[in-house]
Design a protein around this ligand. Sequence first.
Ligand code: FA5
Length: 347
Amino acid sequence: MDLQEQLEELRTSTQAQLQAIKAENAKELQDLRVKVLGKKGSLTELLKGLKDLPNELRPVVGKQVNEVRDVLTKAFEEQGRILEQAQIQAQLESESLDVTLPGRQISIGNRHVLSQTSQEIEDIFLGMGYQVVDGLEVEQDYYNFERMNLPKDHPARDMQDTFYISEDILLRTHTSPVQARTLDKHDFSKGPLKMISPGRVFRRDTDDATHSHQFHQIEGLVVGKNISMGDLKGTLELISKKMFGEDRSIRLRPSYFPFTEPSVEVDVSCFKCGGEGCNVCKKTGWIEILGAGMVHPRVLEMAGVDAEEYSGFAFGLGQERIAMLRYGINDIRGFYQGDSRFTEQFK
Ligand code: FA5
């Protein structure tokens, strides 16, 4: 066989071998490329024969060598692509990946129902020009009790026993100490004081379905000239309608708090039965929602505010109680357990 025939033979046999390589043996492609086109490959071997050819044949065969190299190089590239495609296809089939399936839903968290409740109430009061004030959870006996007209050994302290850090430092039992702290700072020459203060409070109460040793309150305080019980009633009526529906009415019942005089418990007409009596209102038609009253003159005086000239009202509501009533939650412990089956209901 002369050199030209050998070249032709190399081209056809290499192409045939290329076609025979299967996807799973793709590595054979590289081996074959080295064997044919590599530095010590068959084509280089054949090239060596050029020098023995007559002069007139050399350019012709040289051209043929280049053509065979080009053809085979392209054939290797083409076959490489085909094998790669075949491999991808085989992988897709074996993994049975369905790219048309919808993605997995990521569960997005939501604000805790108590935060939602306090934010809603804050928004209502901000709209009426109140300021929102932060208080201290670790408080002095002085602000929690004495400034609220509960001197040491006052029997009403029993209603709110708490956790003591020292004789004078305790976990606050209500948000009312914020009243005293804010009164101390307020400049009455600039106008009346209107504030609310949401926050966590603590009591030595036994935990049950409606009581917890830590819970949340929102304090409200308005002090200015000519503030009357009518202002208190109007404000509470508005908040009840916003929280429980426009058809709600409220009633005030006499009560006792050492820091207000007179003091009242505030009931809202039952939002479930409309006042006829049902299981939510325990057949009374009314639901108790908060404590309130006119600020005791002594509380004003202890803050250096002239009780002859100024008067005010205050109220304190339990956030859990409001949320339980609104959403029909029957166990207060649900708020604190972090069970997503509970929390996700308030998205
Ligand atoms: C007070 O704490 C007064 N400081 C409220 C107040 C402020 C009255 C300003 C007048 C003027 P009382 O102890 O009733 O009041 O508590 C208020 C609300 O907190 C209750 O209506 C109830 O909803 C909630 N509460 C009281 N104890 C607990 C408890 N252990 N667990 C959950 N909520 C409670």
